[in-house]
Write a protein that binds this ligand. Structure first.
Ligand SMILES: Nc1ncnc2c1ncn2[C@@H]1O[C@H](COP(=O)(O)OP(=O)(O)OP(=O)(O)O)[C@@H](O)[C@H]1O
Length: 249
C-alpha cells in the first residue's frame, strides 16, 4: 500500500499544493489527471523524492520514505520512476540496454531476464535496434522495463502517453496494466487526458489548482455531480457520440 499525504507545499507565491491525500493498493493504478499547471508533476516529484518538502508523508506499507536521511538521496530507493522526458542511452541496442540493467546478476539470470522481458514488453523484433532509432512506444516500454528491473515498492509514471500515437497508447496500456498486476506494485499514473486512462486505472483523482477536487473509483466517477467531473463526463459522451456516428454512417 502506498499512502501519500502532502499537507502544504508552496511552489511559487501564486501556487501551492494543499491537502493532498491518496492511497493506492498493491497491483492497483491510481490515475491523477488535471489540466496543465494544476500541479501533477510537482506531486510526482515529491512522491519520488526529487522535490524536497517537509510537510508531507510518503509511506510504503507503513514505512516512511520522506525522512531527513532519505531526503538526501535524489530518488527514494524503493521508487521506480518513469519521468516525462526519458533519458535512455541512445547508442545501445535494446538487448544491450536490458542486459546493462541486470549486469550484477549471474549470466544465466541475465539471459532469463532478457528473454522474459523481451517477450513481456513485446520488444523481440527491436532487440538489435539502437535506442536512438526506436519508436516512441518502444522507448516508453523500455523505460517502464528499466523502472521495474530493480526491487521497488512503488511505481510513478509521469505522462507516459504524451508522445504516443493511438495504436501505441493501446499497446502500452495493455502491457503496463499486466506488469502492474504481475509485479503487485502500487502505481501512481500522471496524465492530462482522461481518455488515456479509461479502463486502465482502478482509481482516478482530479487535480485543480493544487487541490484534489475529486477522487474515487469509476463507479463513483459515473455517479458524481461534482462540476469538474460533470464537465469530463460531457466531454466523454461527446467523444462517444462522434465515434458512434462514424461507425453508424
Ligand atoms: N521550478 C519551478 N519554478 C517555478 N514555478 C514552478 C516550478 N515548477 C512548477 N512551477 C509552477 O507550479 C505550477 C504547477 O506546475 P506542474 O508542472 O506541477 O503542473 P502540471 O500539472 O504537471 O503541468 P503540465 O501538465 O503542463 O506538466 C505551475 O504554475 C508551474 O508554473
Amino acid at each position: 500500500m502506498l499512502e501519500i499525504q502532502i499537507n502544504h507545499h508552496q511552489v511559487t507565491s501564486h501556487f501551492a499544493l494543499n491537502h493532498i491525500q491518496m492511497k493506492v493498493k498493491a497491483g492497483e493504478i491510481f490515475a491523477l489527471i488535471g489540466k496543465s499547471g494544476s500541479g501533477k508533476s510537482t506531486i510526482a516529484n515529491i512522491v519520488v523524492g526529487q522535490t524536497i518538502t517537509k510537510d508531507a508523508s510518503i509511506q510504503i506499507n507503513g514505512k516512511e520514505l520522506n525522512t531527513e536521511s532519505d531526503r538526501l538521496i535524489k530518488l527514494f530507493k524503493e521508487v521506480g520512476y518513469v519521468p516525462q522526458n526519458l533519458h535512455l542511452m541512445p547508442h545501445h541496442t535494446v538487448e544491450e540496454y536490458i542486459q546493462r540493467l541486470v549486469q550484477k546478476r549471474s549470466v544465466q539470470e541475465q539471459e532469463k531476464f532478457i528473454q522474459k522481458n523481451l517477450k513481456r514488453f513485446r520488444l523481440k523484433n527491436a532487440k538489435k535496434t539502437k535506442i536512438q532509432h526506436l519508436s516512441g512506444g518502444e522507448r516508453q516500454k523500455l523505460a517502464l522495463l528499466e523502472a521495474i528491473s530493480k526491487p521497488i515498492g512503488i511505481l510513478v509514471l509521469d505522462e507516459p502517453f504524451s508522445q504516443l500515437d493511438t495504436e501505441q497508447k493501446l499497446e502500452f496500456s495493455s502491457i503496463f496494466k499486466q506488469v502492474i498486476e504481475e509485479e503487485k506494485i502500487p502505481c501512481l499514473l500522471i496524465s492530462h487526458d482522461l481518455l488515456d486512462i479509461l479502463s486502465l486505472s482502478q482509481q482516478v483523482g482530479i487535480l485543480h489548482q493544487g487541490k484534489i477536487i475529486f477522487q474515487g473509483n469509476w463507479t463513483q466517477f459515473k455517479k458524481s455531480k461534482n462540476r469538474f467531473v460533470l464537465q469530463l463526463q460531457h466531454a466523454m459522451q461527446a467523444w462517444k457520440q462522434k465515434v458512434d456516428n462514424l461507425f453508424e454512417a
